[in-house]
Design a protein around this ligand. Structure first.
Ligand code: IPE
Ligand code: IPE
Ligand code: MG
Length: 251
């Protein structure tokens, strides 16, 4: 059954964020090294990007490497970085042909130089695209991002560019890595883990959370469609009661 036809195109999540998890377990199950799982995760990213473009999602964010992931064995970190360079090089042309714009968030200065250069090149090549914004979170942690935002704002106050009473939610959001994007409406995490692992803590305040036991390398279009269908069955109340949500929407 094609799940796509069950999606209401008028009520799509504008922004879907994904914690891609379970690569290591997927490989271990097959008696292979963890890196085999990461290699196979690339195909899942390709399929998910295509699925998002097909149904008209505007923003898709992938958690690819966390600040905490630097503490993994050196060989795994190095192979992940190499894989990232390879994947970006191989995919940029197709992303560009499909109207996808690539962005990156996180402490990008901490990435190996080759990685940083490849990313910058791909972001420049796709900079004119508007159909789908794909963001990769690299060397990213939400607490790092929040502390960074606080530091930037504190500096502005110290410079007397702004007063402390001008610090509000809007200003704070504009100091975050995600300043240019809407907050995620839907967060997907694969592999059955039920936690956020320091991902987009500020931006996920009102996101709908969707957890699936599927390991990331097995994630395909139909899994994304299923998550979107599940999202569309939910009632988002934003702290209000149902009648008020409807009134606000129609106002
Ligand atoms: C997700 O898979 C990929 C990254 C975090 C880079 P994992 O490598 O975390 O796989 P598991 O969770 O150990 O199975
Ligand atoms: C979260 O997965 C980070 C990424 C998907 C990049 P982890 O596998 O690192 O998270 P924990 O250790 O299970 O919380
Ligand atoms: Mg994991």
């Amino acid at each position: 059954m094609d799940l796509k036809q069950h999606i209401d195109k008028t009520r799509l999540p504008r922004h879907v964020a994904i914690i891609m998890d379970g690569n290591g377990r997927w490989a271990t199950q097959r008696g292979k090294e963890r890196i085999f799982g990461h290699e196979n995760g690339v195909e899942a990213v390709r399929d998910t990007v295509k699925a998002a473009a097909e149904i008209g999602i505007q923003h898709l964010t992938f958690f690819a490497f966390s600040t905490e992931n630097w503490c993994r064995p050196h060989i795994e970190v190095q192979t992940l970085m190499d894989l990232l360079v390879e994947a970006i090089r191989n995919e940029t042309q197709e992303l560009n042909d499909n109207g996808v714009r690539l962005h990156a968030i996180g402490d990008l200065d901490s990435l190996p130089q080759k990685c940083r250069e490849t990313l910058d090149e791909a972001m420049a090549t796709t900079a004119h695209n508007t159909r789908l914004h794909v963001t990769v979170a690299l060397s990213y942690s939400a607490r790092w991002e929040i502390v960074n935002a606080a530091r930037k704002i504190a500096q502005k106050v110290a410079d007397r560019t702004i007063n402390p009473d001008q610090v509000d939610e809007e200003l704070f959001a504009s100091a975050m890595e995600t300043a240019d994007f809407p907050d995620p409406d839907l967060l997907i995490r694969t592999s059955g883990e039920l936690r956020l692992s320091n991902f987009l803590l500020w931006q996920l305040a009102y996101a709908e959370l969707y957890f699936t036991p599927v390991y990331w390398p097995d994630f395909r279009k139909q899994h994304l469609f299923q998550a979107v269908i599940d999202y569309q069955r939910r009632e988002r109340r934003f702290g209000k009661v149902k009648a008020e949500v409807l009134t606000t929407k129609n106002a």
